[in-house]
Design a protein around this ligand. Structure first.
Ligand SMILES: Cc1ncc(COP(=O)(O)O)c(C=O)c1O
Ligand SMILES: [Zn+2]
Length: 397
């Protein structure tokens, strides 16, 4: 197996960079860098049917992953999570082809494992031994786990009200943990400052090029699991947006690989009413999203007031003819119960938000109920037991 990685390319100004050295954002314009591949050659080397014999992890797509040497892959078995037909919920909603992509079974219990497995592996390959990151919580847990497995050091910065599970797992994995007064943006400033001072490599969302490469495997998997078709609708709980832009990137790559004729999926962003910068920008027809003031929601992972990849998320929404919707914490809490009791899947608040968003869009007639619809449950509720036990008026406060 060989990776067909060729270079890094700025998603805004098109500047290119070597993929054999460490880069974060574009040096010319400060925007997001994407890994690019020789998809013409990859198309000849990797036929879809060869995947059947590959391991059941996200590294099965090695040719379009950024690590050159398989020995540098730091893996705990992430990816190839089940795509579960949600028949009971579907019957209730009048959606006969409703699925839940359940990411709760990933190492550390969320889809963050994908991005961090990719970023930590590539950092290892580039000879970087110490990583730093700000996080709402789940990404910190994943970074800490992969650094432990790869024999590397992790330093994480989280808001002081991050879920207890995240604080405990980070300590258990041996990461150096700093709890920050404020939100993820405040944690980000401190992380970058400390990284610069102590020679650590900062792997903030979309401020290094490889986490999105891990997240994009969600798109490859969905197509593979649906028999090389993409769903009609994907409903995604959006914070920094790595997952949604990663899935959209995967679909474009698969068209170039000849694995898909075209990607006709409508991408749907769900955010919380207390923090909905992308939803607001989408409805205003803006190219960038203004930072959200006074962000609050119990869904910690989507409490992201400002995203560096805002233009990429908005682009994916527009190119796909998608939609964007904000839901209340009350709806999120109710939908946790609904998804759990109808399907046996106990979703994280962010995952439950997708159900609330779907219900809203169906009511508005914005989604065709007869299509193949995928709700992205990005993690397990087990990581939020303290949040869920808190009285409602304090939750996420
Ligand atoms: C459980 C969960 N869902 C969704 C998100 C948002 O993910 P993204 O950055 O891909 O928008 C996060 C991010 O922290 C998360 O932890
Ligand atoms: Zn640029």
């Amino acid at each position: 197996m060989k990776s067909y990685l060729t270079h890094l390319e700025c998603t805004a100004c098109g500047a290119t960079y070597s993929a054999e050295e460490a880069h974060r954002v574009c040096l010319a314009c400060g925007k997001v860098l994407y890994a690019r591949y020789d998809l013409v050659r990859a198309r000849r080397a990797l036929r879809r049917h060869l995947l059947a014999t590959r391991p059941s992890t996200m590294w099965r797509y090695f040719e379009v992953m950024p690590v050159r040497q398989a020995r540098n892959v730091v893996s705990l078995g992430e990816g190839m999570t089940p795509l579960i037909p949600a028949r009971n919920l579907g019957a209730q909603l009048g959606c006969p082809r409703l699925f839940i992509k359940d990411e709760g079974g990933n190492p550390t219990g969320t889809f963050k494992a994908r991005g961090l497995s990719a970023a930590v592996s590539k950092a290892k390959e580039l000879g970087i031994a110490s990583l730093a990151m700000p996080s709402a919580g789940n990404a910190a847990g994943a970074l800490a786990a992969y650094c432990a497995h790869g024999g590397m050091k992790a330093r994480v910065f989280m808001p002081k009200d991050a879920p207890l599970a995240n604080q405990q797992e980070c300590s258990a994995f041996g990461a150096q943990v700093t709890l920050v007064e404020g939100l993820i943006g405040d944690a980000g400033r401190l992380s970058r400052e400390q990284a610069a001072q102590h020679g650590l490599f900062d792997v903030s969302t979309l401020q290094e090029p490889y986490r999105v490469e891990g997240k994009k495997t969600l798109g490859y998997e969905l197509a593979e699991q649906l028999g090389w078709r993409t769903p009609d609708v994907i409903v995604y709980p959006t914070g920094g947006g790595t997952g949604i832009v990663g899935i959209w990137k995967a679909f474009q790559e698969m068209v170039e690989l000849g694995w898909l004729e075209q990607a006709t999926t409508r991408m749907v962003v769900v955010q919380a009413e207390g923090c909905a910068p992308i939803v607001r920008a989408f409805h205003q027809g803006a190219y960038l999203a203004e930072p959200w003031v006074g962000a609050h929601t119990i869904a910690a992972g989507i409490r992201v007031p400002s995203a560096i990849g805002d233009y990429l998320i908005l682009q994916a929404l527009r190119e796909s003819g998608g939609a964007a919707v904000a839901v209340s914490d009350q709806d999120i809490l109710r939908e946790i119960q609904t998804m759990a009791s109808t399907e046996g899947i106990f979703p994280c608040p962010e995952g439950a938000a997708t159900l609330a968003g779907l219900r809203r869009l169906l009511k508005e007639g914005a989604i065709d109920p007869s299509g193949t619809i995928v709700l992205m449950n990005t993690g397990a509720a087990y990581k939020y037991l303290d949040t869920l036990a808190r009285p409602r008026n304090q939750a996420g406060g």
